[in-house]
Write a protein that binds this ligand. Structure first.
Ligand code: GLA
Length: 386
């Protein structure tokens, strides 16, 4: 579906649920992370790219202080409240991402008006492709623009911080900021190198099509509930390791530091962070040298590290990664937070069908949920469509 078609669905939703015409429609993309996993909250480097799949928000400014939020997803209950009750503990469920973003914008000094918001999205939910950050980013940009803010680079950084705050404090989910940053700062046709210490970004052109390659996303359609709390546990491990090493950021650890830790679990977590940052740097170097076809082993190394040292993979992810490689993928890894969600595979365009079929067959043989397969290209950041 195109962004415009998604926008049309959001407008139809605004008309049917809130009986209104929008003042504008904004979209923001989901993302897939090429490499640099679980390093964003450690002051490291990651290389995600925005998808062409988006969340669209049709938004109408109101004259009072009411806020109403609905979604074209029939499972998503509409939310109604006022500007004063959007904060922590006040909104539950999916609407918390949108309401929480409006709350965080107010906290940051943005004069958010009363709003009717209707959204529609084709970023798959729970697939590790940041449907939540796309919702936050679309709502954040719409509210800021309707509050009279100009869409400048500084504004986008403020919106990133508001979206992170909404997710951490209102929804109660951990996020290191990679997803919100790429949703708001991506450049179409490129991946985005994010230095997460200060959220400085650099576009990196992958040149996949020129090299006859494609990026395949394999959605396992599984989310293990044991994941609840595991993200926070990994962050706590990293904070503890950094504390023991006397570092502000664990990404500043050296390979020698790993041996200075006595707890084997903290050693393993730190080894992942150290080696993952190195792999990001090597990928960026290869890509910039026009050698994207050679990054496969680094993707493979990332998966092994996430599986064995960081312990955030899942059997479904391991099976699809193995199957993709066996069918000719140049490299494959889990992507996103882990414990289910999606994997990526770097493939030759000519192998797309064979790799997709092999992955599905491997899941069928293991009696796992059958995965969804998408080939993705890099889309633009959050923007106003109309
Ligand atoms: C989730 C979080 C991100 C990042 C990844 C792992 O997607 O939202 O901030 O930590 O997990 O790399």
């Amino acid at each position: 579906m195109t962004a415009q078609e998604q926008a049309d669905l959001a407008v139809a939703e605004l008309r049917s649920t809130w009986a209104g015409e929008p003042d504008g429609v904004w979209t923001a993309p989901g993302r897939v992370n090429l490499i640099g996993e679980h390093v964003d909250y450690n002051g490291g480097r990651c290389l995600p790219m925005a998808l062409t799949r988006v969340t669209a928000a049709a938004v109408r400014r109101r004259d009072d202080d009411r806020v109403r939020i609905s979604s074209s997803d029939p499972d998503a209950e509409p939310f109604e409240g006022t500007l004063a009750d959007l904060g922590p503990g006040e909104v539950s469920g999916w609407a918390g991402y949108a309401a929480g973003t409006l709350w965080a914008l107010q906290q940051a000094g943005v004069d958010v008006p009363g709003l009717d918001v209707s959204v529609s999205s084709d970023v798959p939910l729970g697939a590790g492709l940041s449907s939540s950050a796309s919702l936050e980013a679309a709502v954040a940009l719409s509210a800021a623009e309707l509050a009279g803010r100009n869409d400048a680079a500084e504004l986008r950084h403020l919106l990133i911080q508001a979206a992170i705050r909404a997710e951490n404090e209102v929804v109660g989910a951990g996020t290191g900021g990679m997803d919100q940053t790429v949703a708001l700062l991506a450049e179409e046709g490129s991946a985005l190198l994010i230095h997460t210490r200060d959220f400085r970004t650099e576009p990196v052109q992958l040149g996949l099509a020129e090299a006859g390659l494609e990026l395949m996303v394999i959605d396992t359609r599984v989310k293990h509930t044991l994941a609840d709390g595991q993200y926070a546990k990994r962050r706590a491990d990293c904070d503890e390791a950094a504390r023991q090493l006397g570092l502000e950021w664990l990404s500043d650890a050296t390979p020698a530091d790993v041996d200075r830790l006595s707890d084997p679990r903290l050693q393993a977590r730190t080894r992942h962070v150290v080696t993952e940052n190195q792999r990001v740097d090597e990928v960026v170097e290869l890509v910039r040298a026009g050698r994207v076809a050679e990054i496969g082993p680094l993707l493979d190394g990332s998966h092994t590290s996430l599986r064995d040292d960081y312990e955030v993979s899942a059997v479904e992810l391991d099976v699809v990664v193995e199957a993709a490689r066996a069918a000719g993928a140049l490299g494959a890894r889990m992507t996103g937070g882990g414990f289910g969600g999606s994997a990526i595979a770097l493939i030759r365009a000519a192998d797309a069908e064979a790799v997709g079929a092999a992955v599905v067959a491997a899941c069928r043989e293991r009696e796992l949920t059958l995965p969804g397969i998408l080939t993705v290209t890099s889309g633009p950041a959050a923007r106003r469509l109309s």
